[in-house]
Design a protein around this ligand. Structure first.
Ligand SMILES: *[C@@H]1O[C@H](CO)[C@@H](O)[C@H](O)[C@H]1NC(C)=O
Ligand SMILES: *[C@@H]1O[C@H](CO)[C@@H](O)[C@H](O)[C@H]1NC(C)=O
Ligand SMILES: *[C@@H]1O[C@H](CO)[C@@H](O)[C@H](O)[C@H]1NC(C)=O
Ligand SMILES: *[C@@H]1O[C@H](CO)[C@@H](O)[C@H](O)[C@H]1NC(C)=O
Ligand SMILES: *[C@@H]1O[C@H](CO)[C@@H](O)[C@H](O)[C@H]1NC(C)=O
Length: 429
């Protein structure tokens, strides 16, 4: 076996890259980098989402001004294909965290649900619109990967395979020159009975994430609102010091009334999670009583949050500046701001209407010049909505930034039903 050192690999990939470009001066849709617009100067940050097109998946990059407004700059090939689950309309992967940055290690990971691979990019922290793929996309060792999580140190990434018979998780070490390197004893099956592509959103997987101190890896599994009602669960593995995972997972039931555990955020002040649930609104899942058993009904501190007149709350984001969570309800195009107190009691602080029929899907919060901003993928309208978070209960609309025109002008294929993901990065000096 020939083992290449890092510089030889770089040289080889440079040769492969450029010979491909010279050999096929083809259509835009096979280009590696598509220019969408120009931003002069240094942006305050960047936002990223995925075209998730079955014919070729691109990471769409936007520059963020200090006032939160956006300029689309580039689309960069994720060197794989997107996919649409067996369902109609937007929300093709039934997932949260399809693309994710790590500020700790200046990288971005993105899934190719149609190619069963995941890609890693380096981010230039001084200008985060500048991203470069590291190595090649790696196989996720399962079907229909939909979600990726970084640990807090940015040394490990885990991916969730959500279709077919090999559904479950698998983890990688972050190597700045090689990319994603598989970690032994992290392939863990869920063995759920899923089609490929899965039929959803009921009875599908949603997200993989680490808990607050990286001691657990968590997967949210949706149930079925019925009738008959069949609640989903959270699958929770222990993460060992070397990054490997416990053989078995603990199965945690949502509190009574919770059915479809969807997008999830860690509650920073406790060992607990805020889980969006389109059956009821949301639920708090307390992990402090986890004991490595095989199953656990919810702890007494877990509870449901009944968001009245909700359509389907599915995505979550957390702001460290306001201390509150922002839940996205696509059918109502509405954001619900939720606070969680020390006793894990959740309350809706305020609700905000986004443009009707825009569909509020994936979200992320970023701090630009000391202020938090919420970025919302309003996929149905091929736009991103922006809100400035001036304080608890004080979110202000900044505007909606449509990607359709720059994409069309540049020859980038997008469809509202395929767009997924939202992640951000704040520029560092
Ligand atoms: C797609 O979903 C429908 C139900 O919504 C189901 O009848 C059909 O068998 C599914 N197709 C595949 C290929 O799984
Ligand atoms: C999944 O199936 C494999 C193969 O049958 C088995 O070895 C493994 O223990 C199963 N895991 C779970 C969590 O059911
Ligand atoms: C994992 O689960 C299997 C099947 O339930 C059980 O036999 C085994 O003892 C468990 N292993 C650990 C380390 O808990
Ligand atoms: C949620 O609130 C609504 C309106 O108050 C009520 O009709 C419904 O029964 C509540 N659901 C649960 C599970 O408590
Ligand atoms: C998306 O737009 C279509 C066409 O306007 C509309 O019928 C549908 O309800 C919208 N979906 C969402 C989630 O807003």
């Amino acid at each position: 076996m020939v083992v290449l050192n890092a510089s030889a690999r770089l040289l080889l990939s440079a040769i492969l890259c450029c010979s491909t470009v010279f050999a096929s001066p083809t259509s835009k849709s096979s280009q590696n980098v598509i220019q969408l617009g120009r931003y002069s100067g240094t942006p305050a940050g960047a936002a990223y989402f995925l075209t998730n097109e079955p014919s070729g998946n691109y990471v769409v990059v936007a520059a963020l001004k200090p006032d939160g407004t956006m300029t689309y700059t580039t689309a960069i090939s994720n060197k794989g294909n997107g996919a649409h689950g067996n369902s109609t309309g937007p929300d093709p992967l039934f997932a949260q965290s399809t693309v994710k940055t790590s500020a700790a290690s200046n990288v971005l990971a993105a899934v190719n649900a149609g190619s069963n691979t995941v890609s890693l990019f380096s981010i230039n922290p001084k200008n985060p619109t500048d991203i470069q793929q590291i190595g090649q996309p790696v196989p996720t060792l399962g079907d229909f990967p939909i979600s990726v999580a970084f640990n807090s140190k940015g040394t490990q990434a885990c991916v969730l395979n959500a279709g077919g018979l090999t559904n479950g998780v698998n983890c990688f070490k972050i190597d700045k020159s090689l990319g994603l390197v598989p970690i032994k004893d992290t392939f863990r099956a869920l063995n759920l009975s899923l089609a490929n592509p899965p039929t959803g959103p009921a009875n599908t997987l949603t997200q993989v994430l680490f808990n607050k101190d990286d001691s657990n890896l968590i997967v949210t599994v949706k149930g079925n609102a019925g009738p008959p009602v069949a609640p989903g669960f959270l699958a929770i593995w222990d993460v060992n010091a070397d990054g490997s995972l416990s053989k078995n997972f603990t199965q945690v039931a949502p509190p009574v009334g919770g059915v479809l555990p969807f997008g999830t955020s860690v509650i920073p002040s406790s060992n607990a999670l805020l889980v969006a649930d389109p059956a009821i609104g949301a639920e708090i899942v307390d992990l402090s009583e986890l004991s490595g058993g095989t199953s656990l009904s919810s702890s007494s501190k877990s509870s449901i949050l009944n968001i009245t007149k909700q359509g389907a709350n599915c995505w979550t984001a957390y702001s460290s500046k306001t201390g509150n969570f922002y839940l996205a309800d696509p059918p109502n195009a509405r954001i619900s701001e939720v606070s969680v107190d020390k006793n894990l009691k959740a309350t809706v602080v305020r609700q905000y209407q986004r443009p009707p029929l825009s569909g509020t899907f994936d979200e992320d919060v970023v701090t630009l010049n000391g202020k938090d901003f919420l970025y919302i993928l309003q996929a149905n309208a091929t736009e991103v909505g922006v809100m400035r978070l001036d304080g608890a209960g004080k979110a202000r609309d900044i505007g909606n930034f449509n990607v359709a025109k720059p994409a069309q002008a540049a020859g980038l294929t997008i469809n509202s039903v395929n767009l997924v993901g939202m992640t951000t990065f704040a520029t560092r000096k």
